[in-house]
Design a protein around this ligand. Structure first.
Ligand code: ADP
Ligand code: MG
Length: 681
């Protein structure tokens, strides 16, 4: 079995990933080896101490002191089993790290006859390692549990109908329909449709590749704005959540700025301390001719007290605990750097459809102009929309199914994010989407007639009611409209109140929907501002503006139209269940169950984490400096050094682990209870 993160502390380069990997592997196996050795070390240490106390009472037999000495020695061997291996590895790579420092201190203590101290250093050091590995293992387990949460599904064409099937059940020969922004579920060949595909997840190439009939596409790559029909050639599943989980697992290698600083510090600091200790041990005896042993003792005490273990652990234990607690509460955060950024957030921007609203909208009205009847309007809309991933599209297709309307088949689908979608039905281009898109200058508004004017008036009325209006039209103009009402997402209001209480000063709404709907929702939720009729790049610009005015911004969204804004924000947050995969891929964190109440929780967890890290750094520095000041007058005993060092380490670890107990909810949020206060005191 490999070591459990022993050199994790002091390395600051690529070796860390390697070490984190080993630690993860060991942790996954339950870290039985290291904990067993640590436990053995502790038992032997206690036995040794007991025997040392009892020995005089037992009449001072000659054998007794040697027996407790042997117990201490065995305890130290058990405790140092893992650190010693890591120390050896570091030395061979020409590095002086914390493990080396500890092994020197333990050997030195035994050489000077300070056996109890030496064994204690070894035991407490091992204890610290085991606790750290356990924090890591916990986070991995909770992420593992998420893997089973959302089994990915693919849309499969079965005759004329489309059916959902688990990605794992796809077999070669299946014809899958990949909607805009979706991940391609399996390797295959395009049969119909045209789109550009972002292949970065597979090839690392950031320019999207154009795909049309005959082109090969790969599982895990992300479809652009077109819809593709892909003939599966290889059965495979690249589960999205698995990919996010993998990114979260890289949390330790994607270090936060604070971690990198501490690492850089530790890398220079450790050799400096070894040099200083060597000088303390040799200079005074050589120069002044004093006896060697007290100075060697002081040098050892200095080594122990100077071990940067507590400082180096200050950040990672807190970060790993926070990430794993967040994951357990349904918030996937892609690394420590994101957590740190989240703690600084001052403003929030929300997308509307699918984010602040349920994303399960209902078609409430169907209006038809003189050219077509209502059933035909619904059929045409559904023909286009069955290729779309948009929540409005889902509502329209659902309504068509419920009404028993069979849509005609459509070809050449293209999504226009923030506007609508278009496709060819019977050789004619049909558009479904916002009034601007279907009837505006881009659409066929130039040929407006009295009938259109009537439709326009009806549209305005519905929009004023806070409904989203989707027009259906061809080159000759709109033929009808569908009104869709999208109820507020439950818990959204409470989440916004909680965010305000958490000190978020500005909360804005950014939507591609019409002015009426946007104003109504923004007023209803008492938001600080809104922008309507936003195209994807307008949202991104609005986020940058907000950031320039107020400070770090978190953007919460669900659609491909939100991806640019998610990327522009300090922290991009995607809705996990409702979200398009393009949004999930771009986002820095994901609300797995679409639960907005997790947002204030994540925010307070992030701030809590910053606070814990600051406490940890202050605590370890204060204890260390205090103890180090006692070295030179010769007041520092090895015991005090041990207590200062391992005490600081343990406090830092326990302080970090407290974050595992942070719970969402301060009475206004959904369920769980507990409150922020639970970790404060
Ligand atoms: P939001 O920004 O609120 O999430 P979107 O940007 O996704 O909303 O959509 C904005 C508007 O564009 C919608 O209100 C609708 O009018 C239109 N739209 C976009 N995509 C579609 C689609 N697939 N079908 C119908 N309308 C659409
Ligand atoms: Mg949306």
């Amino acid at each position: 079995m490999e070591a459990v993160a022993p050199d994790g502390c002091c390395c600051g380069d690529d070796a860390c990933d390697d070490v984190a990997g080993q630690a993860a592997a060991a942790a996954a196996r339950g870290a039985a080896g290291p904990s067993a050795w640590m436990g053995l070390s502790g038992v032997l240490l206690v036995l040794g101490m007991a025997l040392e106390r009892l020995a005089p009472a037992a009449g001072g037999q000659l054998g007794a002191p040697r027996l407790d000495g042997a117990l201490y020695l065995l305890s130290a061997l058990a405790g140092a089993a893992y650190p010693a291996r890591s120390a050896w590895r570091s030395l061979r790579r020409g590095r002086l790290d914390m493990n080396v420092l500890m092994v020197i201190a333990i050997l030195g203590a035994f050489a000077l006859g300070a056996r109890a101290e030496g064994a204690t250093v070894a035991f407490l050091f091992a204890l610290g390692e085991v606790l750290e590995a356990q924090a890591l293992a916990r986070s991995r387990r909770s992420i593992g549990a998420l893997l089973n949460l959302t089994p990915p599904v693919a849309l499969v064409r079965e005759g004329e109908a489309l059916a959902e099937r688990p990605v794992a059940a796809l077999i070669p020969g299946d014809l899958t329909v990949v909607r805009p922004g979706e991940r391609i579920p399996a390797d295959g060949v395009v049969e119909a449709g045209a789109s550009s595909v972002n292949q970065a997840p597979v090839t690392g190439e950031s320019m999207p590749a154009d795909k049309g009939p005959g082109d090969a596409v790969y599982a895990g790559t992300i479809n652009g704005f077109g819809s593709l029909e892909v003939r599966v050639t290889r059965a495979a599943g690249d589960a999205l959540v698995a990919r996010i989980a993998r990114q979260v697992e890289l949390a330790r290698s994607r270090r936060s700025p604070a971690e990198r600083l501490v690492d850089a510090f530790a890398r220079r600091y450790t050799p400096a301390v070894v040099l200083l200790a060597a000088l303390v041990a040799t200079l005074p005896p050589l120069v002044t001719g004093q006896p060697w042993s007290p100075w060697i003792y002081r040098a050892l005490a200095l080594l122990v007290v100077a071990c940067p273990c507590a400082l180096v652990l200050s950040t990672p234990v807190a970060v790993v605990s926070a990430l794993s607690q967040a994951a357990r509460q349904g918030v996937l955060i892609k690394g420590g750097a994101v957590l740190e950024a989240l703690g600084r957030v001052r403003a929030l921007a929300f997308d509307k459809t699918g984010t602040l609203t349920s994303g399960r909208p209902q078609v409430t009205d169907i209006l038809a102009g003189p050219r077509e009847d209502a059933a035909r309007v619904l059929a045409l809309a559904a023909a286009v929309e069955c290729y779309s991933e948009h929540p409005l599209a889902a509502a329209i297709c659902r309504r068509a199914r419920e009404a028993g309307v069979t849509p005609p088949s459509a070809r050449g689908f293209e999504a226009r994010p923030g506007l609508g979608a278009r496709a060819h039905v019977d050789g004619e281009e049909w558009r479904v989407g916002s009034p601007a898109f279907v009837a505006g200058p881009e659409g066929a508004g130039r040929t407006a007639t009295a009938a259109h004017a009537e439709l326009t008036a009806a549209v305005a009325r519905l929009a004023a009611d806070g409904k989203t209006v989707v027009l259906v039209g061809d080159g000759r103009g709109p033929v009808g409209a569908l009104a869709v009402s999208d109820p507020e997402r439950p818990g959204g209001r409470e989440a916004i109140l909680a965010l305000r209480r958490a000190g978020v000063s500005q909360i804005h709404l950014l939507t591609g929907d019409n002015e009426g709907t946007a104003r109504r929702l923004a007023t209803d939720l008492a938001l600080d501002g809104y922008r309507s009729a936003c195209l994807p790049e307008d949202k991104a610009r609005a986020v940058s503006d907000l950031e320039a005015r107020v400070g770090p911004v978190a953007m919460v969204g669900d659609g491909i139209n939100d991806a640019p804004a998610l990327a522009a924000a300090t922290v991009g947050v995607a809705m996990g269940g409702a979200g398009a995969e393009a949004a999930l891929e771009t986002a820095d964190m994901v609300l797995v169950a679409d639960d907005l109440s997790r947002l204030p929780f994540a925010l307070s967890l992030a701030r809590q984490t910053r606070r814990v890290i600051r406490q940890n750094v202050a605590l370890s520095l204060a204890l260390k400096l205090g103890a180090a000041a006692l070295v030179f007058p010769g007041w520092l005993t090895l015991w005090m050094a041990v207590v200062a060092d391992t005490g600081a380490t343990l406090l830092v670890i326990l302080n970090g682990l407290r974050l595992l107990r942070t719970r969402p909810g301060d009475g206004t949020m959904l369920g769980r209870g507990g409150g922020h206060g639970s970790i404060e005191g």
